[in-house]
Ligand binder design. Structure first.
Ligand code: HGY
Ligand code: MN
Ligand code: MN
Length: 404
């Protein structure tokens, strides 16, 4: 099975016909269709599929449990109106690489696994990389069980509605112990490779990052009759906080984004009673991230005070800095060099399951060139020829890691 064939099969799943973006949220119909595609593809390749207790998908070439396995893969879920590549490129490339190795007659000395981690984007339940966090123990089952989606549906109920029992969620030490290395291939979410004229890159590390929810509680009232001085309008401190975040990020050499906001009750002619807004913050190091977030909190509290509004802050998910395993990174670079693929080291501000797994097992990443650098958008794109080079690179890496 070629990359192009596999890609074409998955492409229509979960795509919104008006925006062209993907809405593949965990445990929804679109997610079920992605999972069915995963199972079908694995079966066609002669791989044994499995869904772990946390809802992550696995496809095995060889039996895990003996020699430590080499695992590759990524995620199939998306941000709201996400692009086609962020996540699926890694899963499709994994299957295409296995298919290539099989037709080359390669016989792995270790099991090779293809994984698709659930809820990587945290688009439904708010915690990024939820599936890999549960697997590694980076989030407790109790904390995950308390998560609700935007409609108040609990994770366990969402899983039950999709036919999964959530009672066993949590760390899976046996599964982790059976994995010797994890390599995630991903579209680059920036333009470093395009600027360097390289098709493939090796990930250096990931900036620390996280998301925080701010709840501004004011008082609903009539937009046409309430004097400005009498208002407790939560939209005003929210707006001030957005601007303060931008100023702080510029000062700190970091990134801060407010992109998701919910104003209630959402009437055009009524002052809002409540504004909920999510800060996504990323910085080159933890001290800078802490400074940035504390400056935004201080600004939110000050602005809320000026407007008679209450503000509360809730940390939804934070990922510490990741520096990928140096030995594995050097090995990836050496394999690619031997295969004639120039692959510079590239840092990233984007989060990944490989970053979560890196806390427990040797993990690394390959990036595929993104000509515009645009990601988390329907405009995200990679050239077919570059995707095929990605498959060749991944196949070379798997052949090397699984050879002995
Ligand atoms: O949001 C992120 O950094 C990632 O793309 N999951
Ligand atoms: Mn993403
Ligand atoms: Mn991703």
């Amino acid at each position: 099975m070629t990359f192009a064939e596999l890609w074409a099969e998955l492409l229509p799943v979960g795509r919104d016909e008006f925006t062209g973006g993907y809405r593949r949220y965990s445990w929804t119909t679109a997610d079920a269709a992605c999972r069915a595609w995963f199972a079908r593809t694995a079966t066609q390749l002669g791989l044994r599929t499995d869904c772990d207790r946390n809802g992550n998908l696995w496809a095995w070439w060889g039996r895990p449990g003996g020699m430590q396995a080499v695992v590759t893969g990524s995620h199939l879920d998306s941000v709201p109106d996400g692009g086609a590549y962020d996540g699926p490129l890694g899963v499709v490339s994994a299957f295409a690489a296995v298919s290539q190795l099989r037709s080359d007659g390669f016989r792995p000395a270790r099991p090779i696994g293809v994984a698709a981690f659930t809820e990587e984007e945290g688009a439904r339940f708010g915690v990024a990389c939820l599936g890999s966090r549960l697997l590694t123990g980076a989030i407790t089952p109790e904390a995950a069980s308390a998560l609700r989606d935007g409609d108040g549906v609990a994770l366990a109920d969402a899983m039950a509605a999709a036919g999964r029992d959530a009672s066993g969620i949590g760390p899976d030490e046996d599964l982790l112990a059976g994995i010797g290395a994890f390599v995630e291939l991903h579209i680059e979410q920036g333009k470093a490779l395009a600027d360097l004229g390289a098709v493939i890159g090796v990930a250096d590390g990931i900036w620390p990052h996280g998301r925080w929810r701010f709840d501004f509680a004011g008082r609903a009232d009539h937009a046409g009759t309430t004097r400005l001085a009498d208002r407790q309008d939560p939209m005003l401190p929210y707006a001030a906080t957005v601007l303060a975040a931008r100023t702080s990020a510029e000062r700190c050499g970091a990134l801060a984004t407010f992109a998701k906001v919910v104003a209630e009750p959402g009437a055009a002619n009524a002052i809002s009673s409540r504004v909920q807004a999510w800060l996504d913050a990323r910085a080159p190091d933890e001290a800078t991230l802490d400074l940035l977030v504390s400056q935004v909190s201080t600004a939110a509290a000050a602005a809320a005070g000026q407007h008679g509004v209450a503000v509360r802050q809730h940390r939804e998910s934070v990922t510490p800095p990741v520096s990928f395993d140096r030995g594995l990174r050097d090995r990836l670079a050496a394999v690619l060099a031997a295969a004639g693929i120039a692959a510079p080291l590239v840092p990233t501000g984007a989060g990944h399951d490989a970053g979560v797994l890196a806390a427990r097992i040797p993990a690394g990443m390959l990036f595929v060139r993104n000509p515009s650098g645009v990601s988390h958008s329907p405009a995200e794109h990679a050239e077919m020829a570059d995707c095929e080079t990605g498959v060749a690179a991944l196949a070379a890496v798997l052949a090397d890691l699984a050879a002995q």
